[in-house]
Design a protein around this ligand. Structure first.
Ligand SMILES: [Zn+2]
Ligand SMILES: [Zn+2]
Length: 383
């Protein structure tokens, strides 16, 4: 299919980069920086960034949770201000990315190169390739249709005129639109684009090697948690991308916080057994690649040993989860009068937690010893 340049979008990207860098630079050179300009930048960067990640991506494209009308409206207004297209087109492209990842039908196919996946694909008109069958559910939402109709007007009024007016309030309107508009749009664009490029190039494949997606903590810092992209590709219906509590993912924290105020509900979480299983599978695969050279008789023994240790770990984990949920239930239950019963549950839970920790250590040790690839070490495992 012949590719046609999308001139309005291409010119917009060229001009916004030029004004964002050169325009803001000249303005700062002659006028300095006022605190309100930094405020404008941070405020609009936060509002539009979170609307893209928690809204456009995790809510509209993946439906990983349910959302109150007011929050949907917020996402649609500030998502438009990111100048990344209407949510209908954005979600359509993104669903096609997941469905056809790393193939020609993937809009930002990384196989065509980092530059293409990052920004190159946006220069071409996609109206023929974009199959709106993928977003039939979104087309039923009147708010989505409203945003699609007035997308550009919303983006200009809220994403550019509003920062201009905030700047005007201190007599620096151009500083307002440069920092809160052009310079900020450039930042939001590239942090989103990094997910399509860098998150398919750099980082670990923690949960799957079936596609090019990668996990990277430093990218998560720049992208409201979207850097844990390998997890996301494996478990795309999960509202979290950084699945562990310590992983930087402000979008997941905001969605969880929203549930306290009934703004979000039915948050979709992948069962932790599935997550652990995928991780162990990948760790085994990695090890296979490292020690493929060992004698086949020894390799068979390593494999069966790994299966045993893995099974022990998964069982300990499942048992720990079960006890944890029973303990939580007992805590909530009014039927339990005696604190002693609760203490007994707590004690059992602690013991199981310890068993789980020991199983984890054992697994890590086997991986470490086999990973070093020294035959004496592997033989010392008594396998
Ligand atoms: Zn996604
Ligand atoms: Zn991806």
């Amino acid at each position: 299919m012949k590719k046609i340049i999308d001139w309005p979008t291409t010119l917009f990207l060229i001009i916004s980069h030029f004004i964002g860098i050169v325009g803001t630079g000249i303005y700062v050179y002659f006028n300095g920086v006022h605190p309100i300009e930094i405020f404008n930048f941070v405020l609009f960067y936060a509002l539009t960034g979170i609307s893209i990640t928690a809204g456009y991506h995790r809510y509209f494209a993946h439906r990983s949770y349910e959302c109150h009308f007011l929050l949907r409206l917020f996402y649609l207004i500030f998502g438009a201000c990111a100048y990344e297209n209407s949510v209908l087109r954005w979600a359509c492209d993104h669903r096609m990315h997941h469905k056809h990842v790393d193939t020609d039908l993937d809009p930002y196919n990384i196989k065509k190169g980092g530059w293409y996946a990052h920004i190159g694909w946006i220069f071409f008109n996609r109206s023929e390739q974009r199959n709106l069958e993928h977003v039939k559910d979104l087309e039923k939402d009147p708010l989505v249709l409203w945003q699609g109709k007035y997308y550009l007007l919303i983006a200009i009024m809220v994403g550019s005129v509003l920062p201009f007016l905030i700047g005007l309030s201190v007599g620096r309107p151009w500083g307002g639109i440069l920092w809160g508009g052009f310079f900020r749009v450039m930042f939001v664009h590239h942090t989103t684009f990094f997910i399509n490029s860098l998150a398919h190039m750099i980082g670990r494949q923690t949960y799957t090697d079936q596609d090019s997606s990668r996990d990277s903590w430093w990218l998560a810092f720049l992208t409201y948690g979207e850097g844990y992209h390998n997890y996301h590709h494996k478990f795309q219906a999960d509202y979290r991308n950084g699945v562990h509590w310590y992983q930087w993912d402000p979008s997941k924290w905001m969605i969880a916080l929203g549930s306290w105020f009934n703004l979000t509900n039915r948050l979709n979480r992948t069962p932790s057994q599935k997550i652990l299983s995928a991780k162990l599978e990948m760790e085994m695969l990695c090890l296979c690649k490292k020690v493929h050279w060992v004698p086949s008789e020894l390799w068979e023994r390593i494999q069966s040993h790994l299966e045993i240790v893995r099974h022990e770990l998964e069982s300990a984990h499942a048992r720990w989860l079960e006890l944890k949920s029973r303990y939580e239930k007992a805590k909530r239950s009014r039927m339990i009068q005696s604190g002693r019963v609760l203490l007994r549950w707590k004690h059992r839970l602690k013991i199981q937690e310890r068993k789980f920790e020991v199983a984890k250590e054992r697994w890590k040790n086997v991986l470490l010893v086999c990973g070093h690839g020294r035959l004496e070490g592997i033989r010392s495992l008594e396998i």
